[in-house]
Design a protein around this ligand. Structure first.
Ligand code: AMP
Ligand code: ZN
Length: 478
């Protein structure tokens, strides 16, 4: 059984979902006002690994919902400051809607390049304004919200456990809040947070705005996650993920809003938080010039899969430190693992499942390694240990090549490292070339060698070379 750290209880707990066999998982998604960086990559790869373990090893059906924060929001977590999206739009000379869509597309592309399985539902905050309004109404009806001239606030003093969530006292929070300039004097308590902002005063010109029972305005940031997770996963959910920055404000606020609206506790059974990625021991920041995108890693000649290997080598509950030397090292380890795996020139039957009730029959030695792998991942996702098991399998003197391939191919359903793909470097292959490559594959399968050779020439004329391997083809630029 999977054992996982629950940041709410601060304990490692056995994972038991609310419904038998099914897991509802909500992940706080990106704010789409800027390019995603390798820190985001870390968080979403960690979510992806957790989801793959739940599905592949534990046999659950996971419903994965992830939001896209495309409503303009304020720069800091507190309710002050310049709007993130409007700031991005100004910089790019575009509308906020254009900026949000472009960065959403870019985010999805970058996450795809890291081989992250897309969530079942990707929901935009701007498509769920009525749901957010309904939830705010319930919160007010239940006595937890109040209306001022500038906004509708959540009254944190009414929510009994608010200060205790994630082991923080309300006093600790106040220290943080005091550093911000509190401009709305009608706020009853400095830690009260906005559910709805009115388009008045400093927000009179806010670009994104909607009608509501409290006047024209826009939702506070936290409410979208409560509204969308409830819409798609129900009032109580199994699993909620986020980065460590959400422990202090965003997630306590989500819990308070949700439980205040439904009266049901807990809103979330297990909270999964990834620690941050730093670069050369420092927080990534524009001023230091160390905010890297996945594309920057690729530009230096590293595969996104080597970056994924880097992520897997660091435990999700420890800070990860990225450096170019480290990247070079993990890239070599990744290449070595892949080379050893691909040198097992065996085919057939490897796709058989080795996990759970429907596993194929395994030899004693295979069972031993399978169990080692399962123990590692079930131990709070010890992925570096799981990678060590894969390396040990490939080096083993007793396992046959067939058994090695079958095991590691199954492990890779969790790693997601594309071990069986010869080329994991993303290259832009034009659709025209892909079409010819696929046609040539068909010809080869039906042993029409002359046709396949002439298609190869056509592909070469377009500037691409195809090489054949026992289990697929590789396309390269000439
Ligand atoms: P944001 O777009 O800033 O709302 O971030 C989206 C998700 O990525 C959140 O869950 C953040 O906690 C997480 N995140 C942001 N920066 C980092 C980082 N440097 N390392 C790891 N996760 C991060
Ligand atoms: Zn959220």
């Amino acid at each position: 059984m999977l054992k996982i750290f629950n940041s709410l209880s601060k304990n490692i707990e056995e994972f038991k979902p609310i419904k038998l066999g099914e897991v509802g998982m909500y992940a706080c998604g990106p704010t789409v006002y800027d390019y995603p960086h390798i820190g985001h990559g870390r968080k979403y790869v960690n979510d992806d690994v957790l989801k793959r373990v739940l599905e592949v090893v534990e046999g659950y059906k996971v419903e994965h919902v992830q939001n896209i924060t495309d409503v303009g929001h304020l720069v800091s977590d507190a309710d002050e400051g310049e709007d993130k999206l409007e700031k991005g739009a100004k910089k790019a000379g575009k509308t906020v809607w254009e900026v949000a869509q472009e960065f959403t597309d870019y985010f999805l592309k970058e996450m795809d390049s890291l081989n992250i399985i897309r969530p079942d539902i990707e929901c935009k905050a701007t498509d769920h304004i009525p749901e957010q309004v309904e939830l705010i109404k319930k919160i007010i009806e239940n006595g937890y919200g109040y209306d001022t001239a500038e906004a509708v606030y959540f009254d944190v003093t009414k929510f009994e456990d608010y200060g205790k969530l994630f082991g923080q006292s309300l006093e600790d929070k106040l220290v943080g809040v005091r550093e911000e300039v509190v401009t709305d004097n009608s706020k009853k308590h400095p830690a009260d947070f906005a559910l709805w902002f009115k388009r008045v005063g400093k927000y009179a010109d806010h670009v994104m705005h909607w009608e509501s029972p409290w006047g024209d305005g826009f939702p506070g940031w936290h409410i979208e996650c409560s509204a969308m997770s409830m819409k798609y996963l129900g009032e109580q959910i199994d699993l909620h993920t986020g980065g460590e920055d959400h422990l202090s404000i965003h997630h306590p606020n989500e819990i308070a809003q949700s439980e205040a609206a439904t009266g049901k506790k807990p809103f979330v059974k297990y909270w999964f938080h990834s620690l941050f990625l730093a670069v050369d021991g420092k927080k990534m920041s524009k001023s230091l010039g160390n905010v890297y995108k996945v594309a920057d890693i690729v530009e230096k000649g590293f595969s996104p899969m080597a970056l994924r290997y880097y992520y897997l080598s660091a435990h999700y509950r420890k800070q990860m430190n990225f450096s170019w030397e480290g990247m070079e090292g993990v890239s070599n380890s990744y290449k070595k693992l892949k080379k050893e795996f691909l040198s097992l020139r065996v085919e057939g039957g490897q796709d058989k499942n080795v996990f759970g009730k429907n596993a194929v029959e395994l030899s004693g030695r295979e069972t031993y390694f399978r169990d080692e792998f399962v123990n590692a991942v079930e131990n709070d996702l010890n992925m570096s240990e799981a990678l060590a098991v894969a390396r040990a399998v490939l080096k083993d003197d007793i396992l046959s090549s067939f058994e090695k391939r079958r095991l590691v191919e199954n492990f890779d359903k969790v790693f997601g490292l594309k071990l069986s793909e010869h080329d994991d470097m993303p290259i832009e292959v034009p659709a025209e070339v892909t079409e010819l490559v696929n046609k040539r594959e068909e010809m080869r399968k039906s042993k029409q060698w002359a046709e396949s050779d002439s298609l190869r020439l056509e592909i070469e004329k377009l500037g691409y070379k195809v090489s054949d391997f026992f289990d697929g083809v590789k396309v390269e630029k000439i």
